[in-house]
Design a binder for this molecule. Structure first.
Ligand code: GLU
Length: 438
């Protein structure tokens, strides 16, 4: 079976008219998302009459987050929570702390959560949050105060049956513990189900921390099988070596693959014979980045995209693979561990060059899938063992990917458009069933 999957449409369809509050924006991730939606609309049949729903977030909350700094001053941070769609269930999606967070980015991330959650058929809509802050510049106390004030501010729209945050870039179990505690204190309850990705001792789920990387590995292995690529001899390049890229890299290495290049905010390292992944994970845990890892060469950052490899895993931030570097990528397959790493223009270039792109909205859905298990366990106060969690995760990911692969073959579209077809049909079907109220 060929992995050359042709799009039904040719060039980019124009993005639809923007809501007025975004007119001055430079499009960015939200613009990319709108273009992805435009590519799916021709495949939605009668449901396409509801498609405008996908182009408008249901609810946006922008909050001021003032905190006392350690030096006695008061600092203000800008926070967001966007609920893109709640037709299939409560909003669900992470919270990111990053100095470059913008409203349009959070809007796109919330929309990709709607698509992702529908793609793996967990009963959630899509949401996302963020604070525009460099958390590395805060003390632990400042980080806690900022997290708690943000949680209080968005407390009016989150809740176990309304919208359930989780970790994302630069947020972790400790931050989820503070969010759970703040919401619980404010509501006079023990509301473990208000966030997922919590510490296991606080209603978290076994396997949650590794789930996104495990899902990337599971879906990537399935895709490799379809195109006749042997994981055991594959050369892999990974961008981002944190919770997603680090775990995926470890699992690929355990399956026999050679991780030959890794890039993160500290730089780019290369080792033709394959990096010592366990040692690299320890180094990153100790120092915060891959820089100064002894058992590797240093590579100029720009050269990362040209590394001669079989699999490329962008597992950092959005808009990394663009029209500027897509033509130089040598991998046969890109597995998107990050959200939104490939622009639509780059998608077209990769398609032309027969590079298979396994899109974020299925490839990194393992995290939210185990978040769903965590939420279910919290409601029943009955906790499963790790083997059960991993087995259920793998089953959901494989089933979802098989369905998406089939749609891609039948309709001769990319895996991204196929995932959007499956997911948007589910979202808009519930939209239609529920109808408009009032
Ligand atoms: N932040 C993760 C994502 O982008 C997980 C979200 C969740 O578990 O709700 O998929």
């Amino acid at each position: 079976m060929s992995h050359t999957i042709a799009e039904g449409e040719n060039a980019l369809a124009p993005a639809s008219a923007l809501p007025s509050y975004l007119e001055a924006d430079n499009l960015g991730p939200w613009g990319n998302y709108l273009q992805q939606v435009d590519r799916v609309i021709p495949h939605l049949g009668n449901l396409s009459r509801w498609a405008e729903t996908l182009k408008r977030p249901k609810r946006i909350l922008i909050v001021d987050v003032p905190i006392h700094m350690d030096d006695g001053t008061v600092a203000h941070f800008e926070g967001y929570r966007v609920q893109h769609n709640v037709s299939r269930g409560p909003g669900k999606g992470g919270v990111r702390f990053h100095q470059d967070v913008t409203l349009s980015e959070v809007m796109a991330l919330s929309a990709w959560m709607s698509v992702k959650n529908a793609a793996v058929n967990v009963p959630y809509g899509g949401a996302k949050g963020g604070i525009r802050v460099d958390p590395k510049k805060l003390s632990l106390g400042e980080l806690e105060r900022m997290t708690r004030r943000y949680t209080s501010e968005i407390g009016i729209i989150i809740g176990p049956n309304k919208d359930i945050p989780a970790p994302d870039v630069n947020t972790n179990e400790q931050i989820m513990a503070w969010m759970m505690d703040t919401y619980s204190m404010n509501t006079g309850s023990t509301a473990t189900g208000v966030v997922t990705g919590k510490p296991v001792d606080l209603g978290g789920s076994l396997g949650r921390r590794e789930a996104t990387g495990r899902g990337v590995f599971t879906v990537g292995s399935e895709a490799a099988r379809h195109i006749g690529m042997d994981i055991a001899t594959a050369r892999v390049a990974v961008q981002g070596f944190g919770n997603v890229g680090g775990v995926a890299g470890k699992l690929f290495a355990e399956a026999g693959a050679r991780i030959i290049a890794v890039q993160d905010h500290g730089g780019t390292i290369y080792q033709e014979a394959g990096l010592d992944v366990p040692a690299l994970l320890l180094h990153v845990a100790r120092t915060g980045s891959v820089a100064h890892f002894e058992k590797a060469e240093v590579l100029a950052d720009e050269l990362f995209w040209e590394v001669d490899c079989d699999i490329l895993i962008p597992a950092a931030l959005e808009q990394q693979i663009t029209a500027a570097n897509a033509g130089r990528i040598k991998a046969r397959m890109v597995i998107e561990g990050a959200n939104g790493p490939t622009t639509p223009a780059a998608d077209d270039i990769l398609k032309e060059r027969n590079v298979l792109v396994v899109p974020d909205v299925i490839a990194n859905a393992g995290g939210v899938t185990v978040s769903y298990f965590e939420w279910v366990q919290d409601f029943s106060s009955f906790f499963w063992d790790e083997d059960e969690i991993n087995a259920r995760l793998v089953k959901i990911m494989k089933t979802a990917f098989a369905g998406i692969w089939q749609v891609a073959q039948e309709k001769q579209v990319s895996l991204r458009t196929a995932t959007f077809i499956v997911a948007c049909q589910r979202i808009l079907h519930t939209r239609e069933l529920r109808g408009l109220y009032p």
